[in-house]
Design a protein around this ligand. Structure first.
Ligand SMILES: Cc1cc2ncn([C@H]3O[C@H](COP(=O)(O)O)[C@@H](O)[C@H]3O)c2cc1C
Ligand SMILES: O=C(O)c1cccnc1
Length: 354
């Protein structure tokens, strides 16, 4: 059996007994009922995912998957393609947004070359990035498919291999880097949510009105040229995806098989999560939607994943895993609610009269 199918076979729903036990304890905490709101709901999720009443999130990593996109030839980004490898170098040097926010929460940043259009072999030889390059960037999806079905499978299986190498971690976050990647992500959003292009397309790195109109036209063209079967995750990835989006999908599938909670970042990461969800619906039990991106399609994608309200809503539009890193603070807080707060009985506090 192939790695993807074998890994999906190991994905099970959350543990319902552990969820019930967590709820029973949270119901008894010495505070007005459910007064810590969404943190308490999140604590139930964490117990169900980890099968533990006292989960620990000491070892944390954000995995930032990088890849390039042939569709940049259509003028869909504000920035040139060289920025992708330049930002990879910035990640390695510790100077990017994700480095600052991961450091703040005690998470490592692991950078994966899924398909950057540049030779990064010196960085991988030095052990500074993980080399899973599927190809030197995707084909231009305004003209044809992004990649072959075989390459789509390779990308997802590479993501699974990365997850398997992180088995010892307690909490994972997804991240992306790839100039132009809001375009395939919006295309995936349109195909999988069924929403019209205008509702799921944003300005990415900051397009002006004219550039934004162009991006919408390019997206219409992408959907006319490529008509993947929305029920087939690998086919959607091959038609209109990206190598890093496939890697993110695989990372999520691998994390779910290992019962590791995975914080899903912004628009691009959520496109990866939707691909994973199409391949194996039970991955949803291990996904935590970290934040709501400024990109308008994000909302509909998160609704599909069962997260109408993600943990944070801070007007972020960066990617890299920054929202996932930030939300690790909230996961730690939910853990503390479950583990560190006394019940009425333990604290000898009188319960409500009625
Ligand atoms: C310096 C810089 C750092 C970034 N870090 C993440 N992104 C984000 O912006 C890009 C997607 O936007 P678009 O589709 O408009 O190109 C991706 O690389 C994403 O990770 C960046 C973009 C830039 C320019
Ligand atoms: O939602 C995101 O993660 C995002 C939005 C714009 C540009 N890059 C990333």
């Amino acid at each position: 059996m192939k790695l993807l199918e074998k890994t999906c076979r190991d994905i099970f729903p959350q543990d319902s007994e552990m969820r019930a036990a967590a709820k029973a304890r949270l119901d008894q905490l010495a505070l007005p009922h459910w007064a810590l709101g969404d943190l308490m709901d999140l604590a139930i999720e964490l117990a169900g995912m980890t099968r533990s009443m006292s989960p620990s999130f000491k070892r944390k990593a954000v995995v930032t998957m990088a890849g390039d996109h042939g569709v940049v030839a259509e003028g869909v980004s504000k920035f040139p393609q060289e920025v992708t490898p330049q930002m990879v170098a910035n990640f390695v040097n510790g100077g990017a947004g994700i480095n600052a926010l991961a450091r703040q929460v005690g998470a490592e940043v692991l950078v994966v070359d899924m398909g950057v259009n540049s030779d990064l072999s010196a960085l991988s030889a030095a052990g500074k990035i993980i080399d899973k390059k599927v190809g030197p960037g995707t084909n231009n999806i305004a003209r044809g498919p992004a990649m072959s079905i075989a390459a789509a499978r390779r990308a997802v299986e590479a993501g699974i291999e990365v997850a398997q190498s992180l088995r010892e971690y307690d909490l994972l976050g997804t991240g992306d880097m790839g100039i132009g990647n809001t375009t395939p992500s919006s295309a995936i959003a349109a195909v999988l949510t069924g929403r019209p292009v205008e509702e799921v397309t944003g300005r990415g790195t900051g397009l002006n009105d004219e550039q934004y109109r162009r991006k919408i036209n390019v997206l219409e063209q992408i959907l006319q040229v490529n008509r993947p079967d929305p029920s087939n995750g690998l086919e959607v990835l091959a038609a209109i995806g990206g190598f890093e989006i496939g890697g993110i999908a695989g990372l999520i599938i691998g994390a779910a098989a290992q019962r590791q909670p995975v914080l899903v970042d912004g628009l691009i990461s959520t496109a990866g999560a939707l691909i994973a969800y199409r391949i194996e619906p039970f991955v949803r039990d291990y996904i935590i939607c970290a934040h709501r991106s400024v990109e308008p399609g994000h909302k509909y994608m998160q609704e599909m994943l069962g997260w109408p309200r993600p943990l944070l809503d801070l007007n972020l539009r960066l990617g890299e895993g920054t929202g996932a890193a930030l939300a690790m603070n909230i996961v730690e807080a939910a853990r503390a609610v479950l583990v560190d707060i006394a019940t009425f009985a333990e604290a000898a506090v009188a319960q409500a009269d009625k």
